[in-house]
Design a protein. Structure first.
Length: 698
């Protein structure tokens, strides 16, 4: 992977900035939530302190669900909650006035599968309204001839202390009134109890209006179902403890308690009072509307914002105003004397709730429920998130562009250093030019300076090696001449036969040493002759025919020459003497490795203004690892053990690896190329020299 890509990947670490920002927003949002519920709890505590310290308010709170002596106990299952109505209901037996109200019908438990009763109860000024829906497959109306009070389905309506109960019955759908039995056993009508009985497909509906004074603080009813008038058994379904007992007190919001908590209900803060039976006794204030988050923020930002805050699963907010009864666990905790706070979900909003017990004389007499939405809080965090989102994008963009620019600059420096290293040494191993240094004080600058120093030292060492052979040849010729003269003088002395053998050996060694010195100085002489060579145009094919004829008389192997017809022009610009010397080295090298019964092939070809000269011979193949080093100085791959029969690699011939090196020097002088490769059939080796055509230079 390239350095630029690596740095781009490293630049992705800047994404930790948005993550850290999101964590900060989340922590800030949690701290604000905690601060909000603490403030809500403080408001609820202030309300509870006032209610507990004011005697009249304590009395109203205790009187809301108080049962009299020798009366049935009041429980949420047998008490009726009167919801405040926005206006007086029209008593017509239809549910039109009740459908749009924000409280639900109360479903009473059915006595058998056929009978079901649900009701709604409300209060407006001094009138109480009751709407009942009764599911009864068999309707039985009152027959006056069968019973004085009620012989069919009817409603038993209880008020006060239980001494008087009203019977609502009818012989046909229509207006109804209440009837009761006085102390003398006479049936009397109560015209203040007025209603309408309306038959439906599933049963009947009954809507009643009662004066509040008539109830005396208590209210209950029982639906009596009579399927067969001949059977005296009746079924009761309602809120009465017993048919002839007193009903429990009804529950309704208290005006004095509502006024007492209204002064604490600030903007967006809703306060509620709960009785010891968890009934809603007062309510003041409203939750903040509408949600600023939805109005101010774009859809994508909304999604990002909620993703930053994370998914927090809050339970849905209960609606005690629909039933008049609190079922939340924190309200129960408050009625046990423990304050509590919770968070709920109300559509897209989040609502915090704090519950505080109202205590007097170490007794819990109620609970304060304070609620406030987090819209204001979310608006603050929303603004912070918008700023954070903008700054994060800006910081990420700046960091990304900066890292990309730095990566491009660093990559350019390294590529420049790589190109300089590639061009510093040629393919034949020559050190070309001066390696550019660097003034930078970083690691790349240090590497460039190290390369420059290394190549300078290597160039000095290479120059030393180039002159080493000539220096050694010059220095060794004088002692070699002394050895030869001494051996010549020994020939005039009388020596024993054994000593004569040693003298001959010494003479042979001196001859070999002289050959070595001559070979070592050959490269230097060639370089000098190259510098002083005169270049001219000459036909290479004619020169090749002449030297081939001479080679056939020298080498025992078969020599073959392949030249094209006379139509081709093989004129080259160069030195004929140097070309002949190059051919001598190539053919001599081929003869050394070619067996006596093998052949040496010389060929000439022309392609694209270049002339290709090939010298190919039978024999062993070139090692793969040595093909690129054959033309270097002092490199030889000759092995006497693996030499073919007839090859001149015996001890009488010294090889220092300078022949092919001289070939390369001559080829370079003529701006050509030289290469060596094995034959495709594996039968031998081919040397190829490519020279520019003389016509291409004109």
């Amino acid at each position: 992977m390239k350095l630029r890509r690596q740095l781009i990947i490293v630049s992705l670490l800047t994404l930790c900035l948005p993550w850290a920002g999101c964590q900060y927003i989340r922590e800030m949002e949690g701290a604000l939530r905690q601060g909000q519920v603490v403030a809500i709890a403080a408001s609820a505590q202030a309300v509870a302190a006032r209610l507990a310290n004011e005697a009249s308010l304590r009395a109203d709170l205790a009187r809301a669900t108080e049962a009299g002596p020798s009366q049935p106990s009041a429980t949420p299952s047998n008490q009726i909650y009167l919801h405040p109505l926005p206006g007086a209901a029209i008593v017509d037996g239809y549910s039109d006035d009740w459908r749009d109200l924000d409280f639900h019908a109360v479903q009473l438990p059915a006595l058998h599968s056929g009978l079901a009763v649900s009701y709604r109860a409300g209060i407006y000024n001094n009138d109480v309204f009751l709407f009942l829906e009764v599911t009864d497959p068999v309707l039985t109306y009152h027959n006056p001839s069968l019973a004085r009070m009620a012989s069919g389905d009817h409603l038993v309506h209880g008020t006060g202390t239980g001494t008087r109960q009203y019977i609502i019955r009818t012989s046909a759908p229509g207006d109804v009134t209440g009837r009761y039995v006085n102390q003398r056993g006479l049936i009397r009508q109560e015209h203040r109890v007025h209603g309408v009985w309306l038959e439906t497909k599933r049963g009947y509906q009954l809507e009643l209006r009662l004066p509040r004074q008539l109830l005396d603080g208590r209210l209950g009813f029982a639906v009596v179902n009579i399927d067969d008038v001949r059977k005296p058994v009746s079924e009761y379904s309602g809120t009465l403890v017993e048919p002839n007992g007193a009903p429990p007190p009804y529950v309704t919001p208290q005006k004095t308690l509502t006024e007492a908590i209204e002064i604490f209900a600030g903007e967006g803060l809703r306060l509620r009072l709960a009785s010891t039976d968890q009934w809603l006794l007062a309510e003041a204030g409203q939750l903040e509307q509408p949600n600023p988050l939805r109005q101010q923020q774009h859809g994508l930002l909304t999604w990002l914002y909620r993703a930053a805050l994370g998914k927090r699963h809050f339970p849905p907010l209960d609606q005690p105003q629909q039933t008049g009864h609190f079922d939340a666990g924190e309200v129960q905790q408050a009625l046990r004397g423990h304050s509590d706070t919770r968070w709920y979900r109300d559509g897209p909003r989040r609502v915090g709730r704090a519950t505080v017990p109202i205590e007097y004389d170490r007794q819990v007499i109620g609970a304060v429920v304070a609620e406030q939405s987090s819209d204001t809080l979310l608006a603050l965090t929303n603004q912070a998130f918008n700023r954070l989102f903008f700054y994060t994008l800006l910081a990420t963009a700046v960091a990304g562009v900066g890292l990309l620019a730095y990566a491009s600059w660093l990559s350019w420096r390294i590529r420049r250093l790589s190109r300089a290293a590639d061009t510093a040494i040629s393919e034949d191993g020559k050190i070309l030019g001066h390696f550019p240094g660097s003034r930078a004080r970083d690691e790349v600058g240090d590497l460039a300076r190290s390369y420059s120093q290394l190549l300078a030292r290597l160039k000095e060492y290479t120059e030393y090696l180039k002159t080493l052979s000539s220096k050694l040849s010059h220095e060794l010729r004088t002692p070699l001449a002394v050895v030869r003269s001494s051996l010549d003088n020994l020939e005039h002395e009388r020596l024993q036969e054994q000593a004569q053998v040693y003298v001959e050996r010494a003479r042979e060694g001196a001859s070999r040493l002289s050959g070595i010195l001559t070979a070592m100085s050959a490269a230097s002489r060639v370089e000098q002759s190259i510098k002083g060579a005169e270049m001219e145009l000459f036909p290479l094919d004619q020169l090749l025919r002449e030297v081939t004829a001479a080679y056939k008389d020298i080498y025992p192997q078969q020599l073959r020459l392949t030249t094209p017809g006379t139509d081709s022009d093989y004129t080259v610009f160069g030195s004929p003497e140097l070309i002949v010397q190059m051919l001598d080295k190539l053919v001599d090298n081929a003869a050394d490795f070619c067996p006596a019964d093998g052949y040496i092939q010389l060929s000439l070809a022309q392609a694209q203004r270049e002339i290709c000269l090939r010298v190919s011979n039978d024999g062993p193949l070139l090692p793969q690892r040595m093909q690129g080093q054959l033309f270097d100085s002092l490199v030889s791959i000759r092995d006497r053990k693996n030499a073919p029969d007839g090859a001149k690699t015996g001890p009488e011939k010294a090889h220092l690896g300078l022949g092919l090196h001289i070939v390369r020097l001559i080829v370079d002088c003529h701006n050509g190329r030289v290469s060596a490769r094995n034959r495709r059939d594996g039968s031998g080796v081919t040397f190829e020299i490519v020279l520019p055509s003389g016509t291409s230079l004109s």
